[in-house]
Design a protein around this ligand. Sequence first.
Ligand code: SAH
Ligand code: SF4
Ligand code: F3S
Length: 470
Amino acid sequence: MRSDREEALRQREYIRLTQEILKKQELEKGRKLTFHIETFGCQMNARDSEKFAGILTEIGYEKADREEDADLVLYNTCTVRENANLKVYGHLGKLYHEKKTSNPDMKIAICGCMMQEPDEVALVRQKYSFVRLVFGTHNLFKLAELLYRTETEKGMIVDVWEGTDEIVEDLPAIRKYPFKAGVNIMFGCNNFCSYCIVPYVRGRERSREPEEILEEIRGLAHDGVREVMLLGQNVNSYGKGLERPTSFAALLEEVEKIGGIERIRFMTSHPKDLSDELIAVMGRSKKICNHFHLPLQSGSDPVLKRMNRHYTKAQYLALVEKLRAAVPDISVTTDIIVGFPGETESDFEETLDVVRRVRFQSAFTFLYSKRTGTPAASFEDQVSEEVAKARFDRLLKLVQEIAAEESGKLTGKVLPVLAEEINQQDHALLTGRLTDNSVVHFPGTEKEIGSILQVRLDECKGFYYLGSRV
Ligand code: SAH
Ligand code: SF4
Ligand code: F3S
């Protein structure tokens, strides 16, 4: 197999070749060509889209103002729940209409998790034959090469790999924000939670070498980045498969030492791998944000067992307690699935019980969605839609009540806020975040975006604070 560095060089050659083609097209059209990327799904996909934007910009494309005017439209898809897929097909239908009526030269490409599923690729071939390019999650670094092929070959180009050992990172990327950045520390997932499609579409867990990650973060700090979000499906098991095994806690301690980086976040943690060492590091750290996203999924032991989660309700509650003891004021958020096969009323009550005890700052709640190919899809006792929906509504109500009671706890305090953007409604205000991830609106100017400012939290308006400068 080619080394990752050789592969990156090879892709740079394709970037050069497509640049030449694009220049000719610019001359013909008398203008620059444009791209639009639509990203579905999680932070991993968002990060991948930054890589696509980097490659396309290097090739010579400019960002389109509107999707319908773009010369190249790329859909980076998610398939974690049925809804995610439906959204993509809905969008594609609309796009086809635009292409037919006003933008016939539009080139449409689809990539990401959904395209790792053979049935979805077959559907695209059959029903969406206007799509020019389909590729998956394992070969996303090949974008330039695949675009080149759309220029030199006819028909739909489909290139989807089943898996990979390659981690090709040494290619351009364009970050959405100049002051904060996502950094992949690992790819894939080995946990096989019985409801989840991610291990099948993202492949086995692969950690990046710590030195490579640290080098990337040093570079980001040098470019003015203040906040990094370390990304992986299960960051707590980072480092296990490396030649010289290490731990997530050890990595965090190294990131902490990097000058210029002031805030460290990470996503996502699996309770089964949340170590005491990590909690201790968080307790000591001056930079790790006091927010912990710890997916619960269910509060019922039998359901957790069938979900293949490897922890119990009691263990989950104990972890939250330990976190709160080590990091006072830490905000804990979660993900919960309702209506998992076999979930009884009393199982569901257990979930409500955890929500009442932990009092999450916020929670993402999901209706269980059957994913073909996962073990849970063939479990016999699927919960009826009606029952699941009624439970979902009860859960959401409780989550919202508690979140409302918990919000406002910080009113009156003066805390550091990372200024992220001009407030959409009132241009005299900036919008930023506390380290616990709460949103704050406060007076400020555009040139302060990207700085960490001291703000007094005067008033809480439900899901955000209004603040003043001190
Ligand atoms: N790796 C992360 C989450 C990845 S998916 C973790 O383990 O926490 C994000 C969330 O989607 C999950 O936490 C879960 O709550 C939800 N999810 C995943 N598969 C689902 C399914 N089949 N139906 C409903 N929700 C699902
Ligand atoms: Fe899916 Fe479980 Fe892996 Fe998260 S840990 S991505 S829920 S299999
Ligand atoms: Fe979706 Fe893929 Fe992320 S399935 S949640 S985009 S890893």
